[in-house]
Design a protein around this ligand. Structure first.
Ligand code: AMP
Ligand code: FES
Ligand code: ZN
Ligand code: ZN
Length: 307
């Protein structure tokens, strides 16, 4: 297989784009695609300050690398969850995030959940869920809350995450299998800060396959944590990703098409904001000031209370 641009040996073949590229051209192509995505969805400009949420994994570290190369003002945020799981998952991920920032002279904010709130994520989950479920839901709530808090406190214009196409397509599959109107209304590459206390959020990798992000990290020499969170084993998201990959294997582009036709349908007015049943009840949490649809205090503030 030869590179479409220079005829040298290709290192990757992207069947969904009918495009094979050599290392040099692939490493140029990914940032170009990201830049196009940023512009297409009016995510942010070079004058704005970005906070990139980095988990120490391939997607978010590569995203930070790409934004930095493209000339954006991007600081990082790593959230320590206190998850060990035998592989020192949190400690390891933090080391990768710190090493990445140090090598490039970039600024990384670090928030340790156990140090700030007194309990690790598995401990919070134990007390709120009484050991009935995995900590992932608790973890998601905490990460969202802290990302928004740090973005506000640091006066960043945008919070940027490393969600890739596989992530977005898996979420979409879950939301359509269950037809969850509120989630379908809100799923979009950029979410405006349309409530007091909320920061704009953007996902510049939403059109790039996970496989390509792994290739980018590898070819760019970015070191990242290979282990997945120990609690992600057997998760519904991974199951949906697997199903989508089976579809993709038979029909190259199926995954991309699924997501892009959804975005297209939304642009044409399907899933309009009026379809969001929670929209009316949004108010500011009396404790932390972030928007919530829960009566009284937000879910995070109730979850984090001592006791
Ligand atoms: P995940 O939900 O683990 O698939 O992660 C989705 C995105 O959330 C990542 O690409 C990161 O941008 C962000 N993220 C996940 N975990 C962390 C963390 N511990 N600290 C900061 N950002 C994170
Ligand atoms: Fe949060 Fe796994 S439970 S990353
Ligand atoms: Zn080439
Ligand atoms: Zn709150």
């Amino acid at each position: 297989m030869k590179c479409r641009k220079c005829n040298k040996k290709a290192v990757i073949n992207m069947r969904q784009h009918k495009l094979a590229l050599c290392q040099t051209h692939f490493l140029d192509w990914i940032p170009e695609q990201v830049q196009r995505c940023i512009e297409k969805y009016h995510m942010f400009s070079k004058q704005e300050r970005l906070l990139v949420a980095v988990s120490g994994g391939k997607d978010s570290l590569s995203l930070w690398d790409i934004l930095w190369r493209l000339g954006y003002q991007a600081d990082g945020l790593y959230i320590g969850l206190g998850i060990d799981g035998g592989s020192h998952y949190s400690a390891q991920s933090q080391q990768y995030a710190e090493a990445f920032a140090a090598e490039r002279g970039l600024n990384l904010n670090i928030v340790s959940i156990p140090e700030t709130y007194g309990k690790t994520i598995p401990k919070i989950a134990e007390s709120t869920l009484r050991g009935r479920a995995k900590p992932c839901s608790v973890c998601g709530i905490a990460k969202r809350h802290i990302m928004n808090r740090i973005a506000r406190e640091g006066e960043y214009h945008v919070l940027v995450t490393g969600h890739n196409l596989d992530d977005e397509a898996a979420v979409l599959l879950g939301n359509t299998l269950n037809w969850i109107p509120g989630y379908l209304v809100r799923q979009w590459p950029v979410l405006e800060a349309n409530r007091p206390g909320l920061v704009r959020k953007a996902k510049p990798l939403c059109r790039i396959y996970e496989r390509e992000m792994a290739a980018y990290a590898l070819l760019r020499g970015i070191e990242y944590v290979y282990d997945e969170c120990p609690y992600s084993v057997g998760s519904t998201t991974l199951y949906y990703k697997e199903i989508l990959n089976r579809l993709e294997a038979d029909r190259p582009g199926a995954k991309l098409n699924f997501y892009l036709t959804f975005l297209d349908a939304k642009k044409k007015g399907l899933f309009s904001p009026q379809a969001d049943p929670d929209l009316e009840q949004i108010h500011a949490c009396p404790t932390c000031g972030q928007p919530t649809s829960a009566p009284g205090e937000c879910v995070f503030c109730r979850m984090i209370k001592p006791g």
